[in-house]
Design a protein around this ligand. Structure first.
Ligand code: PMT
Length: 219
C-alpha cells in the first residue's frame, strides 16, 4: 500500500455561510452553499488527512469517514468550534463566507411589520481567520478572498494582514466562479508566488489547492 500524501496530518476546514439571527425567524446570511469547503474536505480525507470540517448552514453531507463534521450557525459559534481544535491541527483552510456583521440585538419574538421603515444596528463579528493568524505557531494557514474589485491587491493585503501562508482568490467578476456554482476559477498567492488556474469543477479546484499546500508545507 502506497503511503497517502497527507497521512498523519490534521486539516481543519471552515465552510459554508454563517447565519446571524435578527429574530427567531430571520437572519443575515449569504449565498455560500458549502461546496468549495466540502470538496476540500473530501479531497484532504482521500489523501489520508484527519479532517475537521466546521460548516455553517449547508444542505451538503460529508461522505468520507475521515471527516469529522461540526455544524454551526453563527460566526461566533464557528470561532468557538475552530478554537476547540486549533492547537491540534497542522493545516487550516478558511473557505467559509463568514458574515462580517451581526445584529447587535436579537429580538426574542418575531418582529412585527408595524413601521414603514425599520433599522437594524449591526456590530462587527470576530474575524475567525485573522484570529487564527494571530495565534499561529506551527499551523500552515490558507485563506480565501472573495472579491469584486481590486482583486489581486485585496487578496495580497489579506495574506499579510491575516498572517497567512497562502491565499486563494476567487472573483465574482469571473463567470462560473465563487458562490453556488459547481465550478470555480482561482488564483493562488503565496508570499512569493502567483499561480493562475482555469475554470474547473470545485472537486478539481480542491485538488489544485491541496497540491499547492503540499508543495509548500511538506517541502
Ligand atoms: O460555498 P460555495 O457556494 O462553494 O462558495 C465558495 C466561496 C465563494 C464561499 C469560497 O470560495 C470563498 O471565497 N470563501 C471566502 C469568502 C469570504 O468571505 O471571503 P472574504 O474575502 O470576505 O474573507 C477573507 C478570508 O477571511 C476568508 O478565508 C474567510 O473565510 C475569512 N473570514 C472572513 C471574515 C470573518 N469574520 N472571519 C473569517 O474567517
Amino acid at each position: 500500500d502506497q503511503k497517502k500524501s497527507l497521512e498523519g496530518k490534521t486539516v481543519l476546514i471552515t465552510a459554508g455561510p454563517t447565519y446571524e439571527a435578527i429574530d427567531p425567524v430571520r437572519f443575515i446570511g449569504n449565498h455560500s452553499s458549502g461546496k468549495m469547503g466540502f470538496s476540500l474536505a473530501e479531497e484532504a480525507a482521500k489523501r489520508g488527512a484527519k479532517v475537521i470540517l466546521v460548516s455553517g448552514p449547508s444542505s451538503l453531507k460529508q461522505k468520507h469517514e475521515n471527516i469529522d463534521l461540526h455544524r454551526v450557525t453563527s460566526a461566533k459559534e464557528m470561532l468557538d468550534k475552530v478554537f476547540e481544535y486549533y492547537e491540534t491541527i497542522d493545516i487550516g483552510i478558511a473557505s467559509a463566507a463568514v458574515a462580517d456583521y451581526a445584529p447587535k440585538i436579537v429580538a426574542s419574538e418575531k418582529i412585527k411589520k408595524n413601521e414603514d421603515s425599520f433599522t437594524i444596528e449591526l456590530i462587527k463579528n470576530p474575524d475567525i481567520l485573522k484570529t487564527m493568524g494571530e495565534k499561529k505557531s506551527h499551523q500552515f494557514l490558507v485563506g480565501f478572498a472573495l472579491e469584486t474589485q481590486n482583486e489581486e491587491e485585496n487578496a495580497k493585503g489579506k495574506l499579510t494582514k491575516k498572517n497567512l501562508d497562502m491565499i486563494v482568490l476567487n472573483s465574482l467578476r469571473d463567470e462560473g466562479a465563487g458562490f453556488k456554482n459547481d465550478t470555480n476559477k482561482i488564483k493562488i498567492f503565496t508570499k512569493t508566488e502567483k499561480i493562475e488556474f482555469d475554470l474547473k469543477s470545485k472537486e478539481n479546484v480542491a485538488k489544485d489547492i491541496l497540491d499547492c499546500i503540499e508543495a509548500q508545507f511538506l517541502k
